[in-house]
Design a protein around this ligand. Structure first.
Ligand SMILES: Cc1cc2nc3c(=O)[nH]c(=O)nc-3n(C[C@H](O)[C@H](O)[C@H](O)COP(=O)(O)OP(=O)(O)OC[C@H]3O[C@@H](n4cnc5c(N)ncnc54)[C@H](O)[C@@H]3O)c2cc1C
Length: 397
């Protein structure tokens, strides 16, 4: 089991306090996701806008109990994500910052690319996007068909294709797009793209949940990609395509599981706050939910420590994502049963929690895909059947 040390407990307490702003603004942002533009000065938004940028690139986050948390570790991110999504997940996913793209940059970019990307993120709060999913290929990401035709003597490389369900793309100023230069897994590349760029178009899709994320559809028609925008150009093809996005998702998945966990906890806390007297059977049901939330948190923290110790170790992260996504669904449904038949009409916060929880099944891979990944881990012996929850060495955290 992972015990949070004093440093991480202080982080949790501070982010919990920051969350009060998110909770107050959540419903308004759900009605108008662009409202976030008026709240760049909130401490949590300011923190998220540079979270994940390593200190050597000039990131100086607000000190918390004498420590600086750069958000470069999955365990730190899991703590932050749980607290902020428990406050309001819409505000969390609407906030600008390097998040998904930043993890890929950290893993894959060369020094010059890092300087450029992080430098821009430190100048002013910017949204970024991470475009992998395509209209007909979500889970089967390896079959993506967006192309980047390599440069010739008389023209630059050209990016063409379509992406879908990409968080924040419509309002982002820069992001990464996965595209292939040739068939097969080694032909996949990640390229940095600025918005606006000629031939690049992104528009937000109408959604009923996680509306803060402004998930978007992108079309790209011969967008010019200069050679310095090919991520990992200093690495071999086997290190910059499929490998890169698998490692990136391993690192991100505990954070996504923590978001689902935060939604579940928000539903549980909503019942405790708004139902002051409970029958015996209702107390039992709430206790059971609290135990499931605690159990899922332990799994999320274990999974985060495992990927922090070794980025290839994403099997527990898959287990955590499945467990937490199911919990978010169950907890939000269960919370409604405490308020009678009209619960969702009479309690807009609960209604929003139910809608937001639905997205957790799909974001960062569906439960079926996580279970397949987990099975691979067990089948190949990479996850110890006898001791699947062995603690990753905390020294690395
Ligand atoms: C809120 C939100 C934010 C998102 N943000 C981003 C983002 O920023 N960038 C990005 O690139 N994408 C993003 N996505 C997309 C997300 O990653 C995809 O929705 C997800 O990968 C599933 O793909 P799909 O929707 O095409 O479903 P499909 O892959 O078509 O799957 C449909 C169903 O079939 C099942 N299925 C598919 N293949 C198999 C199989 N082999 N075995 C068993 N079952 C299978 C799935 O489990 C699922 O239930 C986001 C999605 C959401 C909801």
């Amino acid at each position: 089991m992972i015990q949070l040390d004093d440093r991480l407990l202080a982080l949790r307490a501070q982010v919990r306090e920051w969350g009060a702003d998110f909770r107050a603004l959540g419903l308004a942002l759900d009605r108008d996701p662009e409202l976030i533009r008026e709240h760049f000065d909130l401490p949590a938004v300011r923190y998220l806008s540079t979270m994940g940028i390593p200190p050597e690139y000039g990131n100086v986050p607000i000190p918390i109990a004498g420590n600086r948390f750069y958000g470069t570790l999955a365990l730190e991110r899991a703590i932050i994500m749980e607290e902020l999504s428990c406050a309001d997940v819409g505000m969390l996913v609407a906030s600008p910052g390097p998040l998904l793209a930043g993890v890929l940059i950290d893993l894959l970019a060369d020094e010059q690319q890092k300087d450029w990307f992080y430098g821009r993120m430190l100048e002013s709060p910017l949204w970024t996007f991470f475009a992998l999913t395509e209209p007909d290929r979500g889970s089967d990401a390896g079959a993506l068909s967006t192309t980047v035709v390599p440069a010739t003597a008389d023209r630059p490389a050209l990016l063409s294709g379509a992406k879908r369900y990409v968080g924040n793309a419509a309002r982002a100023q820069l992001g990464v797009v996965f595209a292939r230069t040739s068939p097969g897994p080694l032909g996949i590349n990640a390229v940095l793209v600025e918005n606006p760029s000629t031939g690049f178009h992104a528009e937000a899709l109408e959604t009923i949940g996680l509306r803060g994320a402004r998930i978007s559809a992108i079309t790209m028609d011969e967008v010019e990609i200069p050679p310095e925008r090919f991520l990992g150009r200093h690495l071999s093809p086997s290190r910059r395509g499929m490998w890169a996005f698998v490692q990136t998702f391993n690192l991100l998945r505990p954070g996504v599981a923590a978001i689902a966990l935060g939604i579940a906890r928000a539903a549980h806390e909503y019942v405790i706050t708004h139902r002051t007297s409970l029958r015996r059977d209702e107390c039992d049901r709430l206790d059971l939910l609290a135990r499931r939330i605690d159990g899922a948190r332990r799994l999320v923290h274990l999974a985060a420590a495992a990927v922090d110790a070794r980025t290839g170790d994403g099997y527990l992260a898959s287990a955590a994502k499945v467990r937490a996504a199911q919990l978010a669904h169950d907890a939000t449904q269960e919370a409604c049963t405490f308020f009678g038949a009209g619960a969702r009409l009479e309690h807009p916060v609960l209604d929003k929690l139910v809608r937001d929880a639905r997205g957790m099944e799909f974001i960062e891979g569906t439960s079926n895909m996580q279970k397949l990944n987990l099975f691979q881990g067990l089948f190949t012996g990479k996850l110890d059947r006898e001791d699947p929850f062995r603690t990753a060495p905390l020294a690395a955290v």
